[in-house]
Design a protein around this ligand. Structure first.
Ligand code: SF4
Length: 148
């Protein structure tokens, strides 16, 4: 795959999950959700947007999941998407969704993102359409979300 950062990411490398739940330890929002149910988009935060922002003071976890994308430490074997070597969800996003941007979006977690480490920049060109709480709509995102 083009722009691949590395051939694989070993277990225990300490990567972050870029589609984390807000109740995971250390979860931190890195983008806000916009668009429509049929065409979701993430607006990626700049670092300054996170200064002095404590989302837990403002939102419950359900509302936060509807509003933000979260990053948190990858749980590896504790996650249904981890196949023992890599994240199968990141692979499905990279292979099953169309690109929605031409260039890599600015992203606060790229240097520790498991999807980027495993799939390279091609997953970043698809990532802005991914939301953790998927709308009930017949979209390509629903097609790749279920564990296999
Ligand atoms: S844009 Fe790329 S680096 Fe950032 S969360 Fe998405 S896949 Fe990871």
């Amino acid at each position: 795959m083009a722009q691949r950062a590395s051939p694989s990411s070993p277990a225990g490398a300490g990567y972050d999950c870029p589609s984390a739940q807000p109740d995971m330890p250390g979860a931190r929002p890195f983008g806000v959700i916009s668009g429509t149910a049929g065409e979701t988009r993430i607006a990626f935060f700049k670092r300054s947007a996170l200064d002095d922002f404590d989302w837990r003071e403002r939102f419950g976890t359900t509302d936060a999941t509807r509003l933000f994308r979260f990053g948190a430490r990858c749980e590896e074997g504790g996650c249904q998407h981890y196949d023992g070597h890599r994240c199968s969800l990141g692979e499905r996003v990279a292979q099953g969704l169309p690109p929605v941007v031409d260039a890599l979006p600015p992203c606060l977690i790229r240097n520790r993102c498991r999807w980027y480490a495993e799939q390279g920049g091609e997953v970043c060109r698809r990532c802005p359409q991914v939301v953790t709480m998927i709308p009930q709509a017949d979209t390509p995102l629903n097609a790749v979300a279920a564990p296999r």
